[in-house]
Design a protein around this ligand. Structure first.
Ligand code: 0X9
Ligand code: ZN
Length: 765
């Protein structure tokens, strides 16, 4: 394969220089054009900027910060407009010239295909070479033809060992002609998958369970145009009449099509949506092709640049029905990419994270077919690193990190259900009432049968599991409240969900091995010295000397959901209220009132932490969403002298955008006293970042276990309930320690058990 690849690139390199030289004559120039970074705090200034230049290059860099290309004349208009700007690229033509020079430089024989950008014909030849060398793994399929009659082709890659009808993922690139690295990336992924099959265990397993469809060049005419005529061409090559050309293919899809808020009706505009949905052969062909793929579960439309992971919706700021599932997958994709070269892509729904775009491919794939779909904007982060003219030595690292994201999606597609955010108290209450929870979402095409799903639990580590109903809440939450149980042994449990896959019902468990490897928690008699669900005011104070934040101060109530702030208090606890920073109106977008300007402090009343026992634990749930890690932070402190001195409990200086429960033994940090206070300091450490914190369910509790013989249900009293358990199980036998009614723990329920219950009848602890 390597040899063949080398050969192809060698031939291709020769033909590239020839046809390239021909094209040079007609190249459009961008002398003295600049790329500027502008601050556009509101919709009106955004619209004004788009009137000055419709060539938006990037949209990352905090709320309101965008990058635009401006001609010398447009720069003058910009200066006069009063919009604040900063010049990032002084001469766009210089970038293009440097790229041309490197493309014209002779490539050695056997040069790596991914050492530089490739023309349409070279990409097509490369795909042929891959198929020729690996016929058992991949095949070339025709998607359709462009306006100028170039073929749009796909590569289907699947291992020979899996089922024929398997879930699929779809990757496409180069809807936008000038975003060259997107094409290199999809092809890099194709090549790695093919070469890694049978070599790399993860790739082999992925390809044996899912099929991967890759469409490298969705817009061949536009792409050829960027090589021969105009390096910055974005759209297809439709003649719109009146001397204007091109429809933005990523505004031509039918879901959300036609909105002026996210596309243009004017043929001269770079986001021209075309006269009707799917008016263009390229978007029409790709959409029909995607619709024909059986069991597609994930799709990525690759673009550049800005380093972003954008989930639906793009055409509206409203949350999608699967917002919670997308949040989880967005984080998984972001972490997968960051894990390779440390690039932290910003992730969130496109419309609310960035700007509205109507008629995009991912909105259609998700909206029309329920396939989970993304726009991924690849390297670089800003125009200062080249923008669309990304240096070719960035192709391989970009490919490597994007491959890692593609594998996450392949593994997602291979599953029928995804479990995440499992949470349970370290100590369960013997009196009952402890809530345990996990989040779970079904993959596209699969539904969870709620009635056939349950929490399976048992007291002790042997014997049968019993079923407990699961409550299905918002944001994929599955929750159960445990009953009373003896504190002499742990509770073991696992989640069991029934899935309708369309071709039968399958059972999935969390943890994966279910009864063979259940979760386990100790059971205690729990006494509370302090238990605040924030349903009412128990005397917390907001503000402390030295606080500097000007917005986003702590407030008690029910938060409004944004990408960075939860929509409710800790779901494992009780009540929707909590303490949170800032106040954002729903739909107003992120960062409307996040923490700005420094720190804001929240302090508890004085608490007698010894009231329920002399070895107290501090328990709380916290949330911290940030784009400014590690400068932004949420710090938790504890004092045992009513606030005179403070000890750090934890410093959350990373993006922890989920409720997380913390249980800390006070004596491990400082001596427990009757004069304790808890303090939370949330800080915005940098200028343009988003930072939002929340806290809920703050408790001081003490654990003990004074079991009484005969108290079979662990409710603290030996009574008729326990007697009944013995009598109704009389004669039963089973595993020692977990047979109901077996008070002696010898494995059978007999007269000695009856004797234990009767002789302790009425005892309490
Ligand atoms: O505008 C686009 O089509 C994409 N950006 S690009 O710079 N590559 O042109 C982004 C579309 C994703 N959705 C939203 N921005 N809402
Ligand atoms: Zn694009």
């Amino acid at each position: 394969m390597r040899v063949l690849t080398g050969l192809i690139s060698c031939i291709a390199a020769m033909s590239a220089s020839v046809s390239f030289a021909q094209g040079v004559l007609g190249l459009e120039r961008f002398d003295a054009h600049k790329v500027v970074r502008v601050e556009l705090p509101d919709r009106a200034s955004y619209e004004r900027m788009r009137e000055i230049s419709d060539d938006m290059w990037s949209h990352r860099g905090g709320p309101g910060a965008k990058e635009f290309r401006v001609s010398p004349a447009q720069l003058e208009t910009l200066r006069a407009s009063g919009i604040e700007f900063e010049i990032l690229v002084d001469n766009v033509q210089a970038l293009i010239d440097a790229e041309r020079a490197s493309l014209l430089a002779p490539r050695g024989v056997g040069a790596d295909f991914f050492a530089d950008y490739r023309r349409y014909d070279e990409i097509s030849d490369f795909v042929d070479g891959l198929v020729l060398a690996n016929p058992a793994l991949c095949s070339r399929e025709s998607v359709g033809f462009s306006l100028e009659n170039r073929e749009i082709f796909a590569l289907r890659i699947a291992g020979p060992n899996g089922p024929a009808q398997r879930p699929a993922i779809v990757l496409n690139s180069l809807q936008h002609a000038r975003e060259w690295v997107s094409g290199s990336t999809s092809l890099y992924i194709a090549n790695e998958l093919v070469e890694g099959y049978g070599v790399d265990a993860r790739i082999t397993e992925a390809l044996d369970s899912v099929a991967v469809y890759i469409i490298p060049v969705v817009n061949p005419d536009g792409y050829v145009h960027t090589w021969d005529v105009n390096r910055l061409w974005r759209k297809n090559r439709r003649n719109n009449g009146g001397g204007t050309f091109g429809v933005d293919l990523n505004r031509n899809w039918s879901v959300g099509w036609g909105l002026n808020s996210g596309s243009s009706a004017s043929g001269s505009n770079d986001t021209y949506r075309g006269p009707s949905p799917f008016s263009e052969p390229e978007s029409q062909a790709l959409s029909s092709y995607i619709a024909s793929i059986p069991n597609a579960r994930a799709h990525v439309d690759l673009h550049s640049y800005s380093e972003l992971i954008l989930s639906p919706w793009s055409y509206t700021v409203d949350a999608s029905p699967d917002a919670a599932s997308f949040d989880n997958l967005n984080a998984a994709l972001r972490d997968a990419i960051a894990g390779v070269h440390g690039r932290f892509y910003l992730a969130g729904p496109g419309g609310s994270t960035l700007y509205l775009a109507s008629g995009t491919a991912p909105d259609w794939t998700y909206g029309e077919h329920g396939i989970f779909s993304w726009t991924i904007e690849l390297r670089p982060a800003t125009a200062q690193q080249g923008g669309f003219i990304l240096p070719p030595d960035q192709i391989v690292p970009t490919g490597e990190e994007t491959l890692s994201a593609a594998l996450v999606l392949a593994e997602f597609a291979a599953r029928d259900v995804t479990f995440y955010d499992e949470v349970a108290p370290d100590a369960l209450d013997a009196a009952g009432g402890s809530a345990v929870a996990v989040r779970a979402y079904a993959s596209p095409g699969v539904t969870i049968d709620q009635n056939a799903s349950s929490l399976r639990w048992r007291s002790g580590s042997a014997g049968p599991f019993q079923s407990l109903a699961l409550e299905f809440g918002s944001a994929n939450l599955l929750r159960a409240v445990l009953p009373a149980a003896s504190c002499t042994q742990p509770i073991e449990f696992y989640y069991e969900v029934a899935l309708d896959t369309g071709s039968g019902v399958v059972i999935a468990t969390y943890p994966a091995l279910g009864a063979d490897e259940p979760l386990s928690r100790g059971v205690f008699d729990i006494g509370y010295s302090f238990d605040d669900t924030f349903a009412s005011d128990l005397g917390w104070t907001v503000g402390a000397p030295g606080d500097t934040a000007t917005t986003g101060l702590w407030v008690r109530g029910v938060p409004n959901p944004t990408n960075y702030q939860p929509g409710s208090g800790n779901p494992d606890g009780s009540g929707a209220e909590c303490f949170y920073t800032g106040f954002s109106a729903p739909g107003a977008g992120d960062g409307v009132a996040d923490i700005d300007g420094g720190t804001t402090t929240l302090t508890s009343p004085v608490i007698d932490a010894l009231a329920a026992g002399d070895d107290p634990y501090l328990v709380y749930a916290r949330w911290f969403g940030t784009t400014g890690a590690p400068n932004d932070y949420l710090r938790v402190f504890l004092s045992n002298d009513a606030g005179a001195t403070w000890t750090l409990v934890e410093n959350v200086n990373f993006d922890a955008r989920r409720w997380e429960r913390r249980e800390v033994r006070v004596a491990d940090l400082l001596a427990p006293t009757s004069q304790m206070r808890v303090r939370l300091v949330a800080a915005d450490g940098g200028s343009a970042s988003l930072a939002e914190a929340a806290v809920d369910d703050v408790q001081f509790l003490a654990r003990s276990c004074d079991s009484i013989p005969g108290d079979l249900n662990g409710d603290g009293v030996v009574n008729f309930a326990d007697l009944n358990t013995v009598l109704s199980n009389f004669g039963a036998s089973g595993a020692p320690g977990s047979t109901p009614g077996d008070a002696t723990g010898d494995g059978t329920v007999n007269f000695s058990d009856l004797n234990v219950v009767l002789s302790n009848f009425g005892s309490t602890r």
